[in-house]
Design a protein around this ligand. Structure first.
Ligand SMILES: Nc1ncnc2c1ncn2[C@@H]1O[C@H](COP(=O)(O)OP(=O)(O)O)[C@@H](O)[C@H]1O
Ligand SMILES: [Mg+2]
Length: 303
């Protein structure tokens, strides 16, 4: 099978590991630079040119779309989908996952526990909003942030109001969220592949830091997940429509609270913490997904 990985960074850890794993499984793997794809939209025959020349169309696409090119990246993913190439993950679930509030709306709707969250455009309502979240401190987040950038904590009304003013002035929406005290500085990352959690780790923040992102210096440690956490992670991925998902959960007093779902989860922290070859699990699933789709299409054609 020819597997195409959409990525801007052939040297990035996760991309390198996925290429290695695909080859180990005896497949051809090609890195496709997302921004080198020209997309032709014509009646009945969507086409992609690569660096101006016809592209050898892969049997399956694994997108690794960074936050810097979400829009173009999603368009490229969708073009492959329109060409009937299986894509893992597809563009609509990726778009959902890129917006934290949109994700939480969906997760909460399907009865998953999430930190109480709200969004407003009225400064006058700040007090009633914060009261509903259980008072200060509150977490404030931009909807599209990653790696901990854009996540703030406000200890008082003055702090919260000044953040709101600044963000609104910049034309930026910001959500307010209940601070889960008992999980301060720690959370859980579960990697869901298909309908299984293939690896998990706990992350503990650096001293003096409330954000437990590996990029903010947090340390990861392999973790055997409780059933409640495993079930919540798998359900979250399913509700979002993601075949592959890095699900982040806070450790609530009464069980897991879904915080966010990442559609292009990195492997570096998780492979370091667990010492396992998780790239191969991921690639094996990509291949199985493509094979199932091919079988499905053959059946359709017979009908
Ligand atoms: N409601 C919350 N309560 C406690 N800690 C939080 C809360 N929201 C975020 N955090 C901390 O901040 C980190 C980053 O938040 P997150 O929403 O995952 O943003 P990012 O996408 O930038 O990683 C989390 O890993 C967690 O440690
Ligand atoms: Mg996060």
């Amino acid at each position: 099978m020819l597997i195409g990985i959409l990525s801007l960074g052939p040297k990035l850890y996760t991309t390198r590991r996925l290429v290695e794993a695909g080859r180990k499984l005896s497949h051809k793997v090609r890195i496709i630079n997302t921004l080198a794809c020209d997309l032709y939209v014509e009646r009945g025959k969507p086409t992609i040119a690569y660096r101006g020349k016809p592209l050898k169309v892969p049997d399956v696409i694994l997108p690794r779309i960074g936050a810097s090119i979400t829009q173009y990246g999603l368009t490229v993913v969708n073009q492959f989908d329109m060409m009937d190439v299986p894509v893992v993950n597809n563009s609509v679930p990726i778009a959902r996952a890129r917006d934290k509030l949109r994700s939480l709306q969906l997760l909460a709707r399907f009865d998953l526990d999430v930190p109480k969250t709200l969004i407003t455009r009225r400064g006058d309502d700040l007090d009633s909003c914060v009261e509903r979240l259980g008072g200060y401190p509150v977490i404030m987040k931009i909807l599209q942030g990653t790696q901990g950038v854009g996540v703030m904590i406000a200890q008082s009304r003055t702090e919260a109001a000044s953040v709101l003013d600044a963000m609104w002035e910049l034309g930026q929406d910001i959500m307010l969220q209940e601070f889960i005290r008992e999980s301060k500085g720690k959370d859980v990352r579960a990697l869901v592949v298909g309908d299984q959690v293939v690896a998990a780790m706990s992350r503990v923040a650096q001293r003096g830091e409330f954000r437990s992102n590996i990029h903010r210096g947090a340390k990861g440690k392999a973790l055997k997940l409780d059933a409640a956490y495993t079930e919540a992670a798998i359900k979250a991925a399913r509700v979002m429509g993601l075949e592959i998902a890095g699900v982040d959960l806070l450790l609530g007093k009464h069980g897991p609270k879904l915080m966010e779902v990442n559609s292009s989860p990195g492997l570096e922290g998780l492979e370091a913490a667990t010492g396992r070859d998780i790239a191969t699990d991921m690639m094996a699933h990509v291949v199985a997904f493509a094979e199932a789709r091919q079988r499905g299409w053959q059946k359709q054609r017979l009908i």
